[in-house]
Design a protein around this ligand. Structure first.
Ligand code: COA
Length: 404
């Protein structure tokens, strides 16, 4: 069956298209909620799938600026993808992915990015797991640091208005050197991060905001919620860290020390930490974080040549890829990466791979050698994977601190 997939024309269509995923979240697309959402997702970047005129699915794409190793790249942030339960497994998603990726390509955004609700869905459309995130739950009694911290600077509670002034400064400093982080507009800060819609928080309290300042400069911040609970007269409360971002070194230590020391809490939880977070080195017993690692960002090279040319490389070298891309055939074939530029070539290929494997390695979160071992990349010339590893290596693990 074929479905018509077109950009939404107005807020009403936008609401109906978002209602597809709303089915699964138990969410009603009220006008107020949709107006708020449309502050960050332009209406025409929300596609609706129709059958006989009725909307049966929706898929959106935020206009993001993504940090990749050494550069900032315009990127489509795929979001609110859903098919109405009445129309599942009839090709609605496939039709939406087709139109969406064609549009992203036509707009000249070389990358698309998403968080996957299930890891089985997006590989067929060329997305590869590109980062991992760690969920932790740190018991109060195991929150000591390995080395004593002599406090520097002050931590101050601020309201959302002051946070709107201070937090972006920290975010921008950190995100510029962290692959996977996104630029945030003022609307993003206001409507997604700081000023909550009524009913947010899933049973925990409202967001609290603190800033860490040294010499009057903001160098870190945290957003967290309290989830109070008492069992047998003893506090079993939780501090839920929504987002803690700080400059490297002392500011990161200071902001986490603050979070771990909040009284009454039995544990401090966080779910979207990078795999190389400093807590591994700060805590005396990091094993007690009970870390659980899961997949994070999924990356799709929409334009292989542009995407490979957009990032910087950790080592000089030349590679010839043979890319398989059934869903976006304009990427198929051989690409020579040399001097940081990727061009079409007829040279003998050294690495053969599906475009989704290139997505896995693109941010530096996974190595080509690992992908060869896992059967996702074919090494046609000995040493090519090791050379690719050196070139694609990044200083830090990719990190996206929020699900969009
Ligand atoms: C996931 C979802 C959008 C799929 O929509 P759909 O219209 O049923 O998908 P399609 O019929 O177009 O299927 C396209 C392909 O994906 C596969 N597929 C779809 N959903 C899948 C799933 N949950 N797990 C594994 N494969 C899936 C289909 O088998 C089909 O494979 P093929 O074309 O290679 O044979 C739909 O189930 C849904 O709305 N789920 C709840 C919300 C959600 O998870 N959204 C994704 C947010 S990231």
């Amino acid at each position: 069956m074929s479905f018509e997939v077109v950009p939404c024309a107005d807020l009403e269509e936008f609401g109906q298209a978002v209602f597809a995923i709303g089915q699964y979240f138990g969410m009603e697309p009220t006008e107020e909620r949709m107006e708020r959402f449309a502050k960050n997702l332009p209406i025409e970047r929300m596609h609706a799938a129709r059958e006989n005129g009725a909307i049966v699915g929706g898929a959106g794409a935020f206009p993001f600026e993504l940090t990749v190793p050494g550069a900032l790249v315009p990127t489509a942030g795929v979001t609110v993808v859903g098919t109405f339960p009445t129309h599942r497994r009839r090709g609605v998603l496939r039709a939406m992915m087709r139109t969406q990726l064609d549009d992203v390509h036509a707009r000249g955004e070389p990358l698309a990015l998403l968080w996957a609700s299930e890891d089985t869905i997006y590989g067929r459309f060329g997305y590869g797991m590109a980062s991992q995130c760690t969920e932790v739950s740190i018991p109060r009694q195991h929150s000591a640091f390995a080395r004593p911290l002599e406090h520097e600077g002050t931590v101050r509670l601020v309201d959302a208005d002051e946070a709107l002034d201070l937090f972006p400064r920290v975010w921008n400093a950190v995100r510029r050197k962290t692959p996977g982080m996104l630029g945030r507009t003022r609307n993003w800060w206001e409507f997604r991060i700081l000023f909550e819609a009524p009913g947010a928080g899933e049973g925990a309290g409202p967001k609290r905001f603190v800033v860490l300042e040294r010499d009057g400069r903001p160098e870190g911040y945290a957003i967290y919620r309290h989830k109070p609970k008492w069992t047998d007269g003893i506090s079993d409360s939780e501090v839920q860290v929504v987002e803690a971002v700080a400059l490297d070194g002392r500011p990161t230590a200071e902001i986490w020390r603050y979070l771990l020391d909040i009284d009454w809490s039995a544990r401090t939880t966080a779910s979207l930490l990078p795999v190389d977070h400093s807590l591994w080195w700060l805590l005396a017993t990091p094993r007690n974080m009970r870390p659980r690692v899961g997949d994070g960002l999924w990356v799709r090279l929409v334009d292989v040549g542009e995407a490979l040319s957009a990032r910087r490389y950790g080592a000089d070298g030349t590679l010839v890829f043979d890319v398989v891309d059934e869903f976006c055939p304009w990427n198929e074939g051989r690409w020579r990466l040399s001097g940081g530029r990727a061009k079409r070539t007829t040279a003998a290929p050294q690495l053969r791979l599906d475009v989704n494997a290139l997505g896995c390695a693109y941010l530096g979160g996974f190595t080509f050698s690992g992908l060869v071992r896992g059967g996702r990349v074919e090494e046609l010339r000995r040493g090519a994977a090791a050379r690719a590893d050196a070139m694609f290596a990044a200083e830090r693990a990719p990190w996206c601190p929020e699900i969009f």
